[in-house]
Design a protein around this ligand. Structure first.
Ligand SMILES: [Zn+2]
Ligand SMILES: [Zn+2]
Length: 238
């Protein structure tokens, strides 16, 4: 069980089942300390804005981080929902999603787009499910790009559980990320109650890849806050 989970969806995402209070209540019952609510970049983003602007940073003992998950579009662009204010957010994820791309099965172009997105949008902190089938990357080049930007790579429990990422691809990418000292985030990407904080797929993989403890950004609340603090100045550049 994760204590800090930096990738969680509510029903403000088209694919999320539960309300914010249901998710936070469950996190409290599971004994989790911190959640980042990272709904998708759909619509006008009113829900994301209200969370970042009007919701407390702690709810029934659970630290609440306001975040978003962007889709990396063709050409290395993202869509910023009109209501969202980046400098109010604690954490920004970006990842490839099949419904938001026409370019796929092309490692070079996907890595070009990853590089462009990080050059264009310095407020992105974590690349979610980085080896999604159809959107795998050039692993060594990806690790160098992430290291240059101080952006974390994600090990995503849901995409491994539902076989949207292949273990061997993620292990290969992680090997390069470790050698370039890229930060690593271990997240559930929960869309349902049974997925929240789960790490049955990520835990053995982190062990197998021998990820050094100091590279993991969310093994404690303090580590997560330190990572967020370090990245804070980039939110102001938006
Ligand atoms: Zn995603
Ligand atoms: Zn997600």
């Amino acid at each position: 069980m994760l204590d800090v989970d930096l990738h969680v969806h509510t029903n403000k995402s088209p694919c999320g089942l539960h309300s914010l209070l249901e998710i936070l209540g469950l996190a409290r019952d599971l004994g989790m300390s911190m959640l980042a609510i990272t709904d998708h970049d759909v619509g006008n983003g009113h829900g994301i804005r209200v969370l970042s602007y009007r919701f407390p940073k702690e709810w029934q003992g659970v630290h609440v981080l306001a975040g978003i998950e962007f889709s990396i579009l063709d050409g290395g662009k993202i869509k910023l929902p009109g209501s969202v204010k980046i400098d109010e957010l604690d954490i920004c994820l970006a990842g490839f999603h099949p419904e938001s791309r026409t370019i796929r099965d092309n490692r070079v172009k996907c890595t070009d787009d990853l590089e462009a997105v990080l050059n264009n949008y310095p407020f992105i902190d974590i690349i979610s499910h980085p080896t999604l089938t159809g959107f795998d990357l050039e692993h060594e080049r990806c690790a160098k790009i992430l290291a240059r930007h101080g952006v974390a790579i994600e090990v995503n429990n849901s995409s491994l559980r539902y076989e949207k990422e292949k273990k061997e691809n993620l292990l290969s990418l992680l090997k390069h990320c470790i050698s370039f000292r890229v930060p690593v985030a271990i997240n559930s990407d929960a869309h349902t109650a049974v997925e929240l904080g789960q790490d049955e797929m990520t835990l053995p993989l982190i062990k197998q890849a021998a990820v050094p403890a100091e590279l993991i950004v969310n093994s404690s609340v303090d580590q997560a806050l330190a990572f967020i603090d370090k990245r804070r100045a980039n939110k102001k550049k938006s």
